[in-house]
Ligand binder design. Structure first.
Ligand SMILES: Nc1ncnc2c1ncn2[C@@H]1O[C@H](COP(=O)(O)OP(=O)(O)OP(=O)(O)O)[C@@H](O)[C@H]1O
Length: 433
């Protein structure tokens, strides 16, 4: 949990996302409210529920990105789900609870990752011993081991192949009994029992270098208390978890529903308890959902937020609108964010020893093409920049390995030559851009 103030949270988000000030502000307050709640004592703490957020805006303008970055900033378990997934044929009522089960898995992976770091030093030593066992045998004398250890640490044995026994992984089959979500619990705990009775291992041939991470992780896991880790993860999910529910507008009730599809209103009704607060059974234990933050999102081109079930509307009290992206936004998105597309391409080409430069008018031209294609073909927001960039840099990308040491300067003419005509031809750009 971060103790950043809303202002600091917004400025962190500014590093990655252009514009959308209202949405950033809303999520920043929501995050700070969680911190505030955790400062409270006793009963009052339980009473304070999160103010869930409804983000309204066209596709590709940063809705998911804001939520994802927020979660990262907060170190919170994060899950994105499309609400429409639950209208598919074959969907069984309580399947929405799978959202929470998946979120718990994310939480566990996150806590495990963090805890592995705490025991890293001890795990490194244990892993080293296992590599030495594989190299010179478990019974080898200390002098031999020491001399190999020196070489190992110096990286001289990196390419040497060794055979190691590793855990076969969590390949326990999961059975979901239709109509009885949670029924997979039985099958899984059997797997856990077998796991504890020695576990399945498999022998693998790997280079010393490739084995390193696997062995360190395995040794770290041995040092961790799994039950405690799971309890901690569940607490983190309950207090910090963030669920991003995309396409919520598509489960608004409209006429002319096709056969076989699960009623949209039904899905809203199923989602309601999760958002209002319920207890979901997972194979790791019960998880309370009332303090999980839900960020719902949709374009609401046809349906309106008022078409949602009133109870659901009430549970999404904070409404923020995200704006469609202007040409200037596109320009800024190309250059300003910390890992902007331009920075990514420049870095990628550098790995080939090629210097890639963009003139200012090239950035203008790229933004122009993106806006033009978005308006003629389909508005996919900032995602359009990716297809345009890929097309413009296609040739350079292809020849880069043969052009070590050279500099490529992309200017407006280069952009126009590579995508100009394409962008004017709606039929063609529908397929290519
Ligand atoms: N305002 C922005 N600033 C920087 N990058 C952006 C912005 N808007 C979109 N992007 C980039 O465009 C891509 C798509 O954005 P995002 O996933 O946030 O779309 P979205 O608004 O959630 O749309 P959808 O509802 O279709 O998922 C991401 O790679 C994101 O980084």
């Amino acid at each position: 949990m971060t103790d950043f103030s809303p202002r600091e949270i917004v400025s962190e988000l500014d590093r990655f996302i252009v514009g959308q000030a209202d949405a950033k502000r809303a999520v920043a307050i929501a995050l700070r409210n969680r911190w505030r709640r955790l400062q409270l004592e006793g009963a009052l703490r339980e009473e304070v529920l999160p103010k869930n957020i409804l983000m309204i805006g066209p596709t590709g303008v940063g809705k998911t990105e804001i939520a994802r970055r927020l979660a990262k900033l907060a170190g919170a378990p994060f899950l994105k789900v499309e609400a429409t997934k639950f209208t598919e044929v074959g969907y069984v009522g309580r399947d929405v609870e799978q959202i929470i089960r998946d979120l718990v898995e994310v939480g566990i992976a996150q806590v495990r990752e963090k805890k592995r770091k705490d025991v890293q030093a001890r795990a490194q030593i244990a892993a080293e011993e296992r590599v030495l066992d594989a190299l010179v045998g478990p019974g080898s004398g200390p002098a031999t081991r020491d001399s190999f250890r020196k070489k190992l640490r110096a990286g001289e044995l990196n390419d040497k192949e060794i055979e190691i026994e590793t855990q076969a992984g969590s390949g326990t089959p999961m059975f979901e009994i239709p109509g009885m979500p949670g029924a997979q619990i039985g099958a899984v705990s059997l797997g856990d029992i077998f796991g504890k009775m020695g576990g399945r291992t498999k022998t693998r041939r790997l280079t010393v270098a490739d084995s390193h991470e696997i062995l360190v992780n395995e040794e770290a896991d041995k040092l961790l208390d799994n039950d405690q880790l799971v309890q901690e993860a569940i607490a983190v999910v309950e207090n910090n978890g963030i669920v991003f529910l995309d396409e919520i507008d598509k489960i608004c009730v409209r006429d002319g529903r096709s056969g076989g599809e699960v009623s949209r209103e039904g899905v809203q009704r199923d989602l309601l308890p999760l958002i209002e607060g319920t207890t979901v059974t997972t194979k790791h234990g019960a998880v309370k959902t009332e303090h999980i933050l839900f960020i719902a999102s949709g374009a609401f081109h046809i349906a309106k937020p008022s078409d949602l079930l009133p109870e659901l509307q009430g549970r999404l009290p904070i409404r923020v609108e995200l704006n469609a992206l202007s040409r200037d936004d596109m320009r800024r998105i190309l250059t300003e964010p910390e890992a902007s597309l331009i920075k990514q391409y420049v870095a990628l080409m550098k790995t080939e020893g090629v210097t890639l430069e963009f003139s200012d008018d090239a950035i203008d031209a790229l933004a122009d093409v993106a806006v033009a294609v978005n308006s003629t073909v389909e508005n996919i927001g900032a995602r359009r920049l990716q297809t345009v960039m890929e097309r413009v840099l296609d040739e350079i990308s292809f020849v880069a390995p043969d052009r070590h040491g050279e500099t490529f300067r992309v200017d407006a003419d280069y952009v126009k030559t590579n995508v100009g005509d394409l962008a004017k031809n709606t039929d063609l750009s529908r397929f290519i851009l």
